[in-house]
Design a protein. Structure first.
Length: 118
């Protein structure tokens, strides 16, 4: 995948209050996530714990902007979420366990965040 920084999304996520009503669910995204044994609750938890936004996905191309987001559930499960923002709501497309390179990126960003707080 090829990515581009997405400062507009970062600003949007800083000002919204994420709750269950912030998500747009349907049969399509629920089915895809179940095949990876990921629940709706786990996806929603990602937005309440440390996360990093890799960026807007440029390739493969989709007519609707998709973003890659890396985060952790309350139980420490590290997940990779592809989502879009539709009608002001977070619409999960697919969520799965992080790949090795995503874990490295996530750990690096988490450490940078911790270093800034000291």
């Amino acid at each position: 995948m090829k990515f581009e920084r997405d400062p507009d999304l970062v600003r949007w996520l800083e000002i919204i209050t994420v709750s269950s009503s912030t998500f747009q669910w349907d049969r399509g995204n629920s089915t895809k996530n179940r095949k990876h044994n990921v629940t709706r609750d786990e996806i929603e938890e990602l937005f309440h714990n440390f996360f990093t936004i890799v960026g807007k996905i440029l390739e493969p191309y989709h007519p609707e902007n998709r973003r890659l987001f890396l985060g952790e559930t309350n139980r420490g499960r590290r997940l990779s979420l592809v989502f879009t923002v539709r009608d002001g709501l977070i619409r999960p497309i697919s969520c799965r366990p992080m790949r090795k390179e995503e874990v490295r990126h996530y750990e690096k960003e988490k450490q940078r965040f911790a270093d800034r707080r000291v």
